[in-house]
Design a protein around this ligand. Structure first.
Ligand code: NAD
Ligand code: IPM
Ligand code: MN
Length: 354
């Protein structure tokens, strides 16, 4: 098959890990006789520097023409003092909105060989395998107004959702649960927030349409605790934008590192954007030591969701697991034994297992 892929490396470790994903995809194309073509555009701080905007119109136009988008990460201290509209993160939010990428799927699956890498007890995290379904284009991130008062003495951020926005992500989560272990945990703050009350209502309304799925509601504070004390009690978690952002970084601790967590950002019909859950890691950028696995597994998700290439996606996932089982690890993984490798070496080892 012939597929056009748009690369948005972004900032910090973004370009380093995008290189790894491209190398893996080229190996997959060769092995399975596909033709992948890569185009590259600017987003985030790199785009601010070159074009004075975090999301140039050319980038959006290019994204609408390809079969899928791979994004590295955006942001960094260089732009942290910029006004809101000139922050790299704005570019990421804007592309999610422009492509209507409302469903962010963040699978969290620990590898047995990395049980040691987590600060949590191995018997607690052993076997953990869950999926966070995060709403990605609504809530606090996009509500207006979001500003400081003229005198600087007060601020407002707005949490808005329509029924439609909640319903589509909740349905997506039910469907995801049907394909997994048929267990859905809806996470909200219905004891305080009006938005969460409507959310809960919609979950209960949808429940009868998915009789095979067992559903429970959990308040977000308790969920944060349960996620690391009883991770095996979860299958699919569905939640709004901000809660999903926070819970997914927390959940990465189950895998040993944030550098292990891939994600797929999907629209109802249309293009998918695939991005690691982590950021641009400015503290290690440019050193060639970033963990490329979250990015590589995001590329595997692209093959599975956008290109329906299940065998190819599994090939990548198995190659990653085999490499980990062979004892290779990057500096973010605090394991006791094995071979410490750079980004390039990790990528080359995975390539050998393709
Ligand atoms: P971060 O995810 O960049 O880093 C948090 C910690 O995890 C750091 O110690 C970092 O070194 C480590 N880490 C993350 N990914 C890693 C990898 N692949 N390999 C090894 N170590 C890794 O979060 P932060 O430091 O809070 O944010 C840094 C910048 O990234 C900020 O500008 C933030 O806005 C941005 N950010 C962007 C995205 C995105 O583009 N999707 C996501 C989160 C944060
Ligand atoms: C993520 C990031 C982004 C988010 C930021 C950079 C806007 O943290 O993708 O998880 O909060 O969605
Ligand atoms: Mn985040």
């Amino acid at each position: 098959m012939k597929k056009d892929i748009l690369l948005l490396p972004g900032d910090g470790i973004g370009p380093e890990i995008i290189d790894s994903a491209v190398a893996i995809l080229e190996a997959i194309a060769k092995k399975f006789k596909h033709e992948f073509t890569f185009k590259q555009h600017l987003i985030g701080g790199a785009a601010i520097d070159a074009a004075s905007t975090p999301l140039p119109t050319e980038t959006i136009a290019a994204a609408k023409k390809v079969d899928a988008v791979l994004l590295g990460a955006v942001g960094g201290p260089k732009w942290d003092q910029n006004p809101s509209h000139l922050r790299p993160e704005r570019g990421l939010l804007a592309i999610r909105k422009a492509l209507d990428l409302y469903a962010n799927l963040r699978p969290v699956k620990g590898f047995e060989h990395l049980l040691d890498a987590s600060p949590l007890k191995p018997d607690i995290i052993n076997g953990s395998d869950l999926l966070i379904v995060r709403e990605l284009t609504g809530g606090l991130y996009f509500g207006e107004p979001s500003q400081r008062s003229k005198d600087g003495q007060s601020v407002v951020d707005t949490l808005t959702y329509t029924r439609y926005e909640m319903e589509r992500i909740i349905k997506k989560a039910f469907e995801s649960a049907q394909l997994r272990k048929q267990k859905l945990t809806s996470v909200d703050k219905a004891n305080v927030l009006e938005s969460s009350k409507l959310w809960r209502e919609i979950v209960d309304q949808q429940k009868p349409f998915y009789p095979d799925v067992e559903v429970n509601h959990m308040l977000v504070d308790a969920a944060a605790m349960k996620l690391i004390t009883e991770p095996n009690s979860f299958d699919v978690i569905v939640t709004e934008n901000m809660f999903g952002d926070i819970l997914s970084d927390e959940a990465s601790v189950l895998t040993g590192s944030l550098g292990m967590l891939p994600s797929a950002s999907l629209a109802e019909n249309g293009i998918g954007l695939y991005e690691p859950a982590h950021g641009s890691a400015p503290d290690i950028a440019g050193q060639g030591i970033a963990n490329p696995i979250a990015m590589i597994l995001s590329a595997a998700m692209m093959l599975r969701y956008s290109f329906k290439m299940d065998t190819e996606a599994s090939n990548i996932e198995q190659a990653v697991e085999a490499t980990i089982n062979n004892g290779y690890y990057t500096a973010d993984l605090k394991v006791k034994t094995g071979s410490l490798v750079t980004t390039k070496e990790m990528t080359n080892n995975i390539l050998r297992n393709i």
